[in-house]
Design a protein around this ligand. Sequence first.
Ligand SMILES: [Mn+2]
Length: 343
Amino acid sequence: MARAAQAPTGPARDERIDAIVEALLAASPVVVTMHANADGDAAGSAVAMAAFLTEHGADARIASPTPFSESFSFLLPDPEMVLPAKSEEEAAWCRRAGLAVVVDTSDPRRIGRINSMIRGLPTVVVDHHPPGDRSIDGLALVDTGAAAAGELVFELIERAGGPWTEAIVRALYVAVLTDTGGFRFQNTTPDCLRTAARLVELGAEPEALYRAVYSRFRPRRFELLHEALATLTVHHGGRVAWMTVPKEAYDRVGATVDDLEGFVDVPRDVEGIEVAILFRTTSDSRIKVSLRALAPARVHGIARALGGGGHPQAAAAVVSGKLDKVVERVVEMVVAELPAVRG
Ligand SMILES: [Mn+2]
């Protein structure tokens, strides 16, 4: 099989999509996976893919490298769609599978422990991240022009003629909604809005799904945000802003990663900002660095240099070191990479 690479265009793209649909509809059982710490796009794309395959008569289940996000479990039409993590059932499923489908990443490192479990299986990769130095072998639909992997899953299901069940429609709407930050970011293209429009025609309910994703925070999240806000720092003439999540407060309120949803939008929403950064201490005492940029500023190069990855305007890395030292180092890198001010 061809290595994952940028999707061809025109008739070659049509052929690739046909080949992928054919591969998807020929296999059972199928194991669907996505990147660790799945966001709305990874979770939504995986659920839609598994539901689509199930509708076509396949036994399809999700193997999630990290526990399936509580925030997106409402998308699961059946909680059993996700294989119990690190179980014999999960291992047996991967051994019996005739196909693996990887969504929202092409990087074998980002699917963590699942990578060795699907090694050797015929694989379909559906992704919209810029290809990195390593990619999962397989039949790939990788299109960095897509706002969300969910937009590409939509294209595949459309080519297969549906069906557009409630579970599929909701999951894909949430995929596109979340990866565009609620249709606010630069990746909110006409194509992505057309996909969203089609999903609404097919029954997706924008307000219900908006509330399910963005308006279901526990009070402890605001307690943590209150303390994090005290760390908000604006730097370099207002071009860079960052916030840190105090580990002591995180532990005290019993927060989980789900409680941090949207925190990076705080520095991102500072007027005139070009790069926003969120720093938090992970459970193994490393520092997770989330970077957001307003074009033309780009941050994926910095994330890569730190051992992470992502998109030009949204990227992340996990680095070792003391928080204040990591802040100093990353801010220095960001300032050095800022485009010159014109005019
Ligand atoms: Mn995505």
